[in-house]
Design a protein around this ligand. Structure first.
Ligand code: ADP
Ligand code: MG
Length: 695
């Protein structure tokens, strides 16, 4: 039996460990650095590094690494051992303050979107002291940011940290206006729910598409899918249960607050949700969670698929990003208050989110856009590609009453007046929670549901933090310059509701009528990644990020390029994999199978028996083989033609239309053959085997 309280955080150089192992002065100095976000003094770092090294060695570590998040979306590490040679052929174990504070990985092979000139291949990594160091596989990992020598961010984390500073600055201004002087800092918090699939490793190893792309590119539907709803929250099978147990242990050791686990809607699909924490730490933890999910699965003879759409016909996987804003004094600013005054403050923060989501719909959509997630969004299983907000009827009615200067309900004697009236209580856990909304208020936080399962949560939260910071900035500007705080506040809230209520939609987001309605309201419907990315460098978006010093223009342009390039590369790999599978496995297998059928046909004909099965099957398969062969040629030609296109935007459009169409076409004939061919000759494990194989 695991003693959870004992193992929790045992592999983390956390506050408890720091306090126990650092001299008092050093501990204090480090604490103040962590709180202020300032640079760490080298003399302090030297002492911290030494204590960290001793602790790590006791835990069996031999190496250290700066652990960072380049624009690939996954984490990077380069291990260095602690050894340092000494006279007489001996070594001692060393880790200097300098090595703790800063590393210098060669940046040339990470995507930079043109930020890094080749003559300046080096980048540097710097410790994000607000995120604890930890030990993973015998390596002491130092969470760091990753920048070029010119100071441009080459990673996901720098911008996230900058966005947290931005919202901190602006939220503090607003809180001061409400007379709140004891709050020293405001941070956003996130609890990301992570969905994933588990399949048997032996089956995985037989599928080139899973190996190369993480998702199946072919596969006829199994006779059963998710239609009986018998998997969601169902009893967890022993093999999966053993996996979840070990996963929890590993996450707990790293101080990750793994809390909830259950089966998801699709067969073989599961979810893990942690308890929320500060956003940058939640981002680090989510990266670690994804890595450990995959590692632990291997130990159990399984593979954890994090791709957004591993299987056609059943639900894909997402990541619900539960987001809120709270103060260092422990107040959740998105929690409706008890007093009229607290309510006014809550309403103002709520309005900032409403305005942000409306004005930066495109950026929110962009923040979750990827080739993989395009298979989910808008496909009637995940939230639609249209960004809208669910507030629930209770809260929506209150907003309407405020906007229209009406009474909230018949029992209420007076008009809703902000700062004067207490909001009626609304139940926090409304059971009819709208699951179809991409951005839902769930009582004291927002749940942004468009994120893909494999993505880093950094990008989405950078956009959320920055856009809300911008609205708070505007609010603070207006309120600070007014002599009538309550009157201005009331008008500000009314105006915001009236100008941005189009983003609020409490109905069924999966219904086709919503698409029309959203168009009438003037909301974006950015269906694909290239459609979304086309707005990334819109003037208002550049202005947002540069005003709040989250991205410089070159940094933003670089990200735009990296995203487009990634989209094209992912689809290109998928297309190449399809060609390989069809030409080298599927068509040869079907050719042999056709020969078998013909032989049988000849034999049967001589016996004058009914040979309609062999004849019909051979004929249909032969036609499908011809179609597949033709589709392969077209796909190959189109890929070849695309090679001469150098404009990334044009190229992405070709992938979005021509190449994806070719791939769909090819898949139709291949899946058709799979449904007809003998299961003995089909070269790959089937959907049925993969989805129902874990018992
Ligand atoms: P569900 O949405 O599945 O019903 P919960 O509402 O209990 O589940 O919580 C979902 C996630 O939201 C959890 O990860 C939880 O820690 C997180 N969460 C709860 N409160 C906050 C908050 N203030 N900020 C960010 N995340 C939160
Ligand atoms: Mg949820």
């Amino acid at each position: 039996m695991t003693n959870v309280t004992e193992i929790f955080g045992s592999m983390v150089f956390d506050d408890r460990t720091m306090e126990a192992r650092l001299p008092k002065e050093t501990y204090k100095a480090l604490q103040s650095t962590m709180k202020s976000g300032k640079h760490l003094d080298l003399s302090v770092a030297t002492v911290v590094a030494n204590a960290m090294k001793d602790w790590a060695i006791e835990k069996g570590a031999t190496h250290f690494t700066h652990w960072f998040q380049p624009m690939t979306g996954i984490t990077a590490e380069k291990h260095d051992s602690f050894i340092s040679p000494k006279a007489g052929g001996k070594v001692i174990m060393e880790f200097s303050g300098k090595e703790l504070i800063q590393g210098e990985p060669d940046a040339s092979s990470f995507p930079s979107g043109g930020l890094r000139a080749t003559f300046e291949a080096r980048g540097y990594t710097a410790w994000d002291a607000t995120s604890y160091a930890f030990i993973k596989e015998g390596v002491l990992c130092i969470p760091t940011v990753f920048c070029s020598y010119g100071g441009e961010a080459l990673d996901q984390k720098t911008a996230l940290l900058r966005s947290m500073e931005a919202i901190n600055r602006q939220a503090l201004r607003v809180l001061r206006l409400f007379g709140n002087s004891d709050v020293k800092s405001v941070k956003t918090t996130v609890g990301p729910e992570q969905e994933y699939f588990l399949i048997d490793k032996e089956l995985y190893d037989k599928r080139k598409d899973l190996i190369y792309t993480g998702r199946t590119l072919f596969g006829a539907r199994a006779p059963k899918g998710q239609e009986l709803d018998d998997h969601y929250f169902g009893a967890i099978k022993p093999r999966v249960s053993a996996y979840m147990k070990e996963l929890n242990d590993e996450l707990w050791k790293l101080g990750i607050l793994a809390k909830t686990e259950h089966n998801e809607v699709a067969p073989a699909q599961h979810e893990m949700a942690p308890i929320f924490t500060t956003t940058n730490i939640a981002a680090d933890h989510n990266q670690l969670t994804m890595e450990i999910m995959q590692k632990v699965a291997k130990k159990h003879g399984m593979v954890c698929l994090l791709s957004e759409k591993p299987f056609a016909g059943v639900n894909g996987s997402g990541k619900h990003n539960n987001w809120s804003i709270s103060t260092d004094t422990g107040v959740n600013l998105l929690e409706p208050g008890e007093t009229p005054y607290e309510n006014a403050q809550f309403l103002l923060f709520l309005c900032a989110v409403i305005k942000a989501v409306d004005e930066y719909q495109d950026l929110l959509r962009i923040s979750v856009a990827s080739a993989g997630n395009d298979h989910r969004l808008g496909a009637n299983e995940a939230p639609p590609a249209i960004v809208s907000m669910f507030l629930g009827t209770d809260l929506s009615e209150i907003l309407e009453a405020i906007e229209k200067d009406q009474k909230h309900d018949t029992k209420q004697a007076e008009l809703m007046r902000i700062g004067v009236h207490t909001l009626p209580k609304f139940p926090k856990d409304t059971t009819d929670r709208n699951r179809t909304s991409p951005f839902a208020f769930t009582g004291n936080k927002f749940e942004f549901r468009m994120l893909g399962s494999s993505a880093s949560i950094s990008c989405a939260n950078t956009v959320l933090n920055t856009s809300v910071a911008e609205e708070l900035r505007q609010f603070a500007d207006e309120l600070e310059s007014s002599s009538d705080f309550e009157g201005t506040l009331h008008n500000l809230i009314r105006r915001t509701i009236s100008e941005h209520k189009r983003i609020i939609f409490n109905g069924d987001g999966y219904d086709s009528s919503w698409v029309k309605e959203a168009a009438n309201r003037g909301l974006y419907n950015l269906k694909s990644t290239p459609d979304a990315l086309a707005h990334m460098l819109d003037e208002k978006n550049i202005e947002l990020f540069t005003t709040h010093k989250v991205f410089t223009l070159p940094e933003l342009t670089a990200r735009h390029e990296v995203r487009l390039e990634n989209y094209c590369k992912v689809i290109n790999i998928e297309a190449q994999t399809m060609l390989d599978m069809v030409r080298r496995d599927i068509l040869p297998a079907m050719s042999e199978y056709s020969a078998e059928l013909s032989d049988a046909l000849v034999k049967k004909n001589t016996l004058d028996a009914d040979s309609s099965y062999e004849a019909d099957t051979a004929k249909t398969i032969s036609a499908l083989m011809g179609a597949a062969h033709k589709s392969c040629k077209k796909l190959e030609d189109d890929l070849l033609a695309s090679k001469s296109v150098s404009d990334m935007t044009v190229l992405a459009d070709i992938y979005k239309t021509t190449i994806l169409d070719d791939m769909r076409e090819l898949r139709i004939s291949v899946d058709g053959m799979e449904t007809l061919a003998s299961s003995k000759v089909w070269p790959y494990p089937t959907y049925g085997e993969m989805l129902f194989g874990i018992r």
